[in-house]
Write a protein that binds this ligand. Structure first.
Ligand SMILES: [Ca+2]
Length: 343
């Protein structure tokens, strides 16, 4: 009730201080009271409907095997986060061009840090390569692009974020299913609710897995019984490798590279045209993109119309797109990986 009284006092303070007309003073008093009641009602109603909604989530989670103890901890201080809705609604004021995006993601520092991490975790990365067939530089590059090698993981409480987005109408079905999975992850004891942080959209830990990706791809690399993609580097990196491997990664094929088009090359650049590298080469394309296995199937990608840069990409590129459906992202991962690999 303390909050209500403070709100009432605040509203009273907002009225004009001096009135010559007593009737006007009474009118303002009544208006203040009505405003107080309506604001209070709106806040109370939205809180009540959230609590009602949460009851339904609890029922569903219980049926999925989540205990009351885990839900008690997860929902103890649960409140929707307005900032998350704001971020979900906000349209970037301008879209980055491909070159601007690449310049942000692949910098001297990200390359240098990536090489450092590669050296630091060489044994682990080699073990992961033997086990999952994904070369170290791609794992390190994904780690770098997603969270700057574990430094920027988002810092939002995942349960609150998912509940906010699930309660909100825009993509409620998707986020509600992710929320139930996140509760299951807590139930299985992989992480404590206080340490389960992620992005404002619910992507978790060092390699930014949504709970559904966690369920399918996260692994316990260090064998302590927990799949900890938040604080355990072996678990996080092996989970990323497992994701790529299960999505069809082919070792030693690369991802593609930039190409120069021959003068007068007038073919419409379309990702529907798929040919072996040797045919692209015979058509006069040159550059890193045509240097792979001559029988490897490839297609052209022009990430935007401003930069004029063109890339020839292989099946592994499609695997990176499964992680994040963006040409900017996939080319940045490939480019950073290539730079990291040159030690
Ligand atoms: Ca573990």
């Amino acid at each position: 009730m303390g909050g209500w009284t403070a709100l009432f006092r605040m509203l009273r303070r907002c009225r004009p201080r001096r009135f010559t007309d007593r009737r006007l003073a009474i009118f303002v008093e009544i208006l203040t009271f009505v405003l107080f009641i309506s604001v209070g009602f709106a806040l109370g109603a939205s809180d009540r409907s959230f609590q009602e909604w949460l009851k339904g989530v609890r029922r569903e989670a219980r049926e999925a095997g989540v205990s009351e103890a885990v839900m008690g901890r997860a929902f103890r201080d649960l409140k929707p986060i307005p900032r998350v809705i704001e971020l979900d609604r906000s349209q970037p004021e301008f879209k980055l061009t491909f070159q601007q995006y690449l310049d942000r993601m692949v910098t001297r520092k990200t390359v240098w840090d990536g090489r450092q991490r590669y050296r630091e975790h060489k044994d682990l990365l080699n073990e992961i390569f033997r086990q999952y067939g994904v070369e170290p530089q791609y794992i390190v590059a994904l780690w770098g692009i997603e969270t700057r090698y574990g430094k920027i993981t988002g810092g939002y409480p995942v349960i609150d974020v998912l509940a906010t987005l699930a309660y909100d109408g825009r993509r409620s079905k998707f986020f509600r299913a992710e929320l139930i999975r996140a509760l299951k992850i807590l139930e299985e004891g992989h992480i404590d609710v206080a340490d389960m942080d992620g992005s404002w959209a619910g992507a978790m830990g060092q390699v930014q897995f949504m709970p559904s990706s966690f369920v399918t791809y996260a692994v316990d690399q260090d064998g302590d019984g927990r799949r900890d993609i938040w604080d355990n580097v072996p678990d996080a990196l092996a989970s990323a490798a497992n994701y790529l491997s299960k999505s069809g990664w082919k070792p030693e094929q690369g991802w593609g590279g930039e190409v120069a088009l021959p003068v007068g090359f007038d073919a419409e650049i379309s990702d529907k045209i798929v040919k072996p590298l040797k045919e692209w080469r015979a058509m006069g394309l040159s550059g890193k993109g045509v240097e792979g296995d001559p029988d490897c199937l490839a297609h052209l990608v022009k990430p935007d119309h401003n930069s004029g840069r063109v890339f020839l990409v292989y099946p592994n590129y499609q695997v990176i797109l499964k992680w994040n459906r963006s040409n900017y992202f996939a080319i940045a991962v490939g480019t950073l990986a290539d730079r990291i690999a040159v030690q």
